[in-house]
Design a protein around this ligand. Structure first.
Ligand code: TYD
Length: 136
């Protein structure tokens, strides 16, 4: 998948409580090498203005809501995540920002590579240059 896409996950609705799940290479197009989560973000807060060179991500709002702004160097799109049964697939080489966190929101992120500081691009102008030159 070349563009950021919302992926809806299976849901088992049950009066005892609902259940959803995600499987690598089935619901999402990559093998999961890393799982991390963001919590206790002050209401209205922002995180993660950067792009990854190789890492693909799947971001789920397990609780609460937040927006993910994705930018492929040509076009920006805003996705609001506010349900635990869908998430946003973000391909490598995408600038993304997470904003507008609701109080007590909980963001789960699945990644395709282990943590690698060198995989981050944190400078937006550098990101645009790399995209323009076809290097990202
Ligand atoms: P970072 O990705 O910079 O957060 P954000 O872009 O949302 O501001 O991560 C914050 C810190 O956490 C950074 O110092 C590195 C560390 N970190 C890890 O050690 N492993 C990880 O998998 C992640 C995502 C971050």
């Amino acid at each position: 998948m070349e563009t950021a896409t919302i992926i809806e996950l299976p849901r088992f609705l049950d009066s005892r409580g609902n259940l959803s799940f995600v499987e690598q290479l089935n619901h999402i197009p990559f093998e999961i090498k890393r799982t991390y989560w963001i919590y206790d973000v002050p209401g209205g807060g922002d995180r993660g203005g950067h792009a990854f060179k190789k890492n693909q991500e799947f971001i789920i709002a397990l609780s609460g809501a937040f927006d993910v702004i994705v930018d492929d160097g040509q076009q920006k799109k805003i996705f609001t995540l506010n349900r635990s049964y869908y998430g946003l697939y973000v391909p490598a080489g995408t600038w993304r920002e997470m904003t507008n966190f609701s109080t007590n929101s909980f963001a789960l992120e699945l990644g395709s590579i282990h943590y690698d500081k060198a995989d981050y691009i944190r400078d937006y102008n550098q990101f645009l240059e790399l995209k323009k030159d076809g290097k990202l």
